[in-house]
Design a protein around this ligand. Sequence first.
Ligand code: FES
Ligand code: MG
Length: 570
Amino acid sequence: MGIRNGLTDYGDPEFAAYLRGAFASSMGFSEEALERPIVGITWTASDFNNCHRLAPELIEAVKRGVLMEGGLPMVFPTISLGEGFLNPTSMYFRNMLAMETEEMVKGQPMDAVVMVGGCDKTIPGQAMAALSADVPAVMLPVGPMMTGSFEGERLGACTDCRRYWGQYRAGGLSRERLSLVKQRLASTAGTCPVMGTASTMASIVETLGLALPGSATIPAVASDRLRIAEESGRRAAQLARDGGPSPRTFVTEASVRNALRMLLAISGSTNALIHLTAIARRAGVAIDLQRFNELSEETPVVVSLKPTGDGYMEDFHRAGGVRAVLRELEDRFDLDTPNIAGGRLRDHIDFSEEWRDHRVVRPVDDPVSPVGGLVALFGSLAPTGAILKRAAATPELFERTGRAIVFTSPEDLAERIDDPDLDVTADDFLVMQNGGPIASGMPEAGYLPIPKKLLAQGVTDMVRLSDARMSGTAYGTVVLHISPESAVGGPLSKVRTGDLIRLSVRDRRLDLLVDEEELARREPEVRLLARKSAFARMYRAEVMQAPDGCDFRSAVDDGAEACADGAGAG
Ligand code: FES
Ligand code: MG
């Protein structure tokens, strides 16, 4: 415990502890301070990360909690991934964050760790690291933004960003007004205030039991956010003193099934399925997409937040947040799974009938949708799966055969989509290749824009297909994560403009209606990430496909090997 924790694997351990003590003394610590259990705290703030702007203040509150409980807080930096500022895409860096955090937790003397994160890829990467390091950990989301307003209308990044941008592209909004809206879309520190990836992942780690009850939804700027930070610090100091429990205690088949149900009930981000798969794999729990579809049939959407419904995270928080969902769907969840606060999930839920706000968290007999928000599709175009957020799509487009209009990459799409001569109608299927993990780091390019000339005709949705991701804040009939991806020669790489594709959401099918001989004659369309660096080469060699969570192959350890043996929650 304390400064002696994690003594070197080689040499004279007593001398190593003596040396370490000497250097710690140079930082002004007394002998007494160095006797205390150490709680590491991740510093993920950066001038390039608007979401983590208040992380430093939060960290002060965590430190206070650690000290109150007799621990010694030690803050250390890990990389900061601000969603809007990263090229080629933040997804390319998620596994780097996971690797770096895991190694720093293992490599430095700490008895427990508080992981302060929030922007889309941070909580996933940190949870992956926590499970691999398996040092006692408390996850602490930075919390969501508050909404802004424009001409009497509430605004939140970035579902409303897309709506206004769509109006602008269609010619219904001037540049000047668009620019005014821009200043109100993301009006405080914190993560996007809709049910995007950040909100979904915070809800998922709370459901898994890795974060304190309530921590997913408290607004970033609220005083309660600082109080839960203090409490997270206290709890981490207790874990440090008691030697656990550690993260793998919490991530089990039962808790992963709960997390999948939460994802479905909140109609969460499609990206969360990739992240949760990667997190679960690190604990040896596999997610099966066929089983995920069964769960989706039994789990209603009960949370009405954008982009599926109307509300924002502050409304969800006022209505009780994650615990209100667990309460309303009590019989769908296993509430006997543990929480890091101590006890079971059930112990932290108020079941009294006194006050329930059913505008945002609906009762089970009056849901937003009777079935879950997401489904997996399979077929000759997606042999190992594809994902559709059906709750944020257009049901009239669900049973269709369409002509493919193919773009060979995100760049090709950007060049040609608004070409007035593009031969395209609203009944066609827009198809994009080479947006997958190996091709391009899997950017959020799957939300293919409606061609300008169709927007001008009033078209608001079309069937769109790709191996890319889309932002959790986006909506439309957008089929994503087609696997295997184009860049590894998946069937998507063989689609040509004019081919017919059949989509049937009812049958969970996505089929390319081209015969085998013709496909065998075609060359796959393969384009690869242009970036040249040591990490880019490592990334290309290591990254797995979406159904395996896009984790690195080498992250497979004892836990993940169990996945291959068929242990499963999904
Ligand atoms: Fe950080 Fe949306 S930009 S959560
Ligand atoms: Mg996002």
